[in-house]
Design a protein around this ligand. Structure first.
Ligand code: HEC
Ligand code: HEC
Ligand code: HEC
Length: 433
């Protein structure tokens, strides 16, 4: 039987594929000999170091216990695990043979030196906003790091999603390349903040929910999202904190990892505040200027907010009925450290009434903190909150969470706590800690 239409169909498929190859095709950029360290000015390297810190390059490009920037850090996606690459200047396994033009194309377009498309687990959709000058500074910093031989690890993305050419389609749908364009109606600080937040520091990569194909949902910018088993709270007016996130508090939290009127930067936010701590004070203020335009707290000060007085009064009134099992648990496990008696919350003892983890609709972050604690490396330098995963059953952790919620907020009680604790316990601590 003749089926000429089959040939026609096949021809269309072939033409379609050829079209895609043509569309997705990128030239390789010729390899170079590794540039000499002395060819970069020390001031440029220093600027690149600050940018690399504010872009958390080392957080994603360093495997646990591995050499800094040598790659191999696993990023779990719904489609499989993608490993970061070696971005030290090793000529065989790193980016030692990459010219500035090749590096710039990777940062601005998500294309590797050999012409293959990179996965958006690498936040090039934000780095595309960077000026050529900033990209050159980053290049100077990376090219002057020690070259480490570390071959890439194989991703576990299944066929056909592992075809890098398909990323061209993803880019067509979701990627808007282009440098940051200042908003002339806003002042210089706001524009500087927007440049940092949207570009190098890619805050929305965690704080904006993503759609089915992993792209940020721009209609819900900064509305809060689940990331690595944590909730990155909304940075909009929907933020649940009882005290406004005004500029001073943002500068303190982002630059030092703690705000006395809110809490600490734990989980995936820990490395973010470490990274931002290298920014000069004027840049942190600029970031805060931009953020307070998103959350409506511009010009608002946390100090003196009524919620603070209320929180301290609750602490002073004690834990209530000691024959209540939940109150007893709380007193034994938490009260000794989270009790504030002065006129102001002690920044070394986060006040639970003021903490977003206690005020959110979802108890996830609070349960994580109770189970796994907060490392010395995160939040307040040198201070540790112990984890209670071993000491308490799921039911007990649930009771404590419920008790804190009921006594510290007037928000609706959480439901199914024991089940939620079981789920979060099964997830484990996570690689980020
Ligand atoms: C959120 C995690 C993350 C952050 C932050 C990050 N990267 Fe990456 N990067 C990746 C991943 C994952 C890849 C590999 C992507 C792939 O295989 O398609 C990658 C790839 C790259 C590549 C391509 C290298 C190659 O061999 O193909 C360069 C260059 C790069 N990153 C530079 C940087 C720089 C510079 C920074 C900091 C400004 C940075 N990255 C921050 C995750 C990250
Ligand atoms: C890698 C993911 C990630 C990135 C990138 C990130 N955040 Fe976060 N952020 C989180 C998580 C998770 C939390 C919750 C931390 C906690 O509960 O201790 C958080 C908490 C916060 C909070 C505290 C909110 C509250 O109500 O308690 C602020 C403010 C914040 N982030 C701002 C930023 C800014 C500004 C940037 C960019 C400069 C940024 N974040 C980048 C994940 C991230
Ligand atoms: C040994 C003292 C200690 C005990 C006991 C303790 N905490 Fe903490 N807690 C801390 C410290 C210190 C921090 C700040 C951690 C940091 O910066 O490293 C903290 C942080 C927190 C945070 C803020 C997390 C954030 O992301 O902002 C919450 C919520 C919390 N603790 C709840 C509890 C609960 C509930 C209990 C009882 C089950 C408890 N803590 C027991 C010392 C303690």
């Amino acid at each position: 039987m003749k089926r000429p239409w089959l040939i026609g169909g096949a021809a269309i498929v072939v033409i379609g594929l050829l079209g895609m190859v043509a569309f997705g095709w990128r030239m390789a950029i010729a390899p170079i000999a590794r540039p000499a360290v002395a060819s970069f000015a020390p001031a440029q390297i220093a600027r690149g170091e600050v940018l690399a810190s504010a872009g958390y390059c080392a957080t994603c490009h360093t495997a646990k216990g591995g050499a800094v920037l040598a790659g191999g850090y696993p990023m779990k996606t719904p489609f499989g695990t993608i490993y970061s690459t070696n971005i030290t200047p090793d000529s065989e396994t790193g980016i030692g043979t990459w010219s500035l033009a090749a590096f710039r194309r990777a940062m601005h377009e998500g294309v590797a030196r050999d012409g293959s498309h990179l996965f958006p687990a690498f936040p090039y959709d934000h780095f595309t906003r960077l000026t050529d000058g900033d990209v050159a500074d980053l290049y100077a910093f990376l090219m002057t790091r020690p070259a480490i031989k570390a071959p890439p690890k194989s991703n576990t993305i299944p066929f056909p999603l592992n075809l890098r050419l398909l990323q061209a389609g993803w880019k067509l749908l979701y990627f808007k390349p282009g440098r940051f364009t200042p908003d002339a109606s806003k002042d210089a600080a706001w524009n500087r903040g927007a440049y940092l937040v949207e570009g190098i520091s890619h805050c929305s990569a965690c704080h904006t929910p993503r759609g089915a194909l992993g792209a940020e949902n721009k209609d819900k910018a900064y509305a809060g999202a689940l990331v690595d088993h944590w909730i990155a709270p909304p940075l909009t007016g929907a933020n649940p904190s009882p005290v406004p996130w005004g500029a001073d508090e943002l500068v303190a939290y982002l630059g030092t990892g703690v705000s006395r009127y809110h809490g600490v930067a734990a989980g995936p936010m820990g490395p973010v505040s470490h990274g931002l701590s290298k920014l000069p004070p004027a840049d942190l203020k600029a970031v805060a200027a931009y953020l307070t335009s998103l959350n409506g707290a511009a010009g608002k000060s946390a100090a003196g907010a009524p919620a603070i007085g209320q929180a301290l009064a609750t602490d002073r009134s004690g834990t209530g009925l000691q024959y209540d099992a939940a109150a007893r648990l709380y007193t034994a496990a938490c009260a000794s450290c989270h009790y504030n008696s002065g006129k102001e919350p002690n920044p070394l003892r986060p006040d639970l009434a003021l903490n977003s983890a206690v005020n959110m609709d979802d108890p996830r972050n609070l349960i994580r903190v109770i189970l796994y604690g907060v490392d010395a490396a995160d939040g307040i330098p040198g201070v540790v909150m112990p984890g209670f995963a071993r000491g308490f059953s799921n039911a007990d952790v649930g009771r404590i969470a419920n008790y804190v919620r009921a006594t510290r907020t007037s928000r609706p009680a959480w439901t199914d706590l024991e089940q939620k604790v079981a789920t979060i316990r099964a997830e484990g601590r996570g690689q980020e800690q």
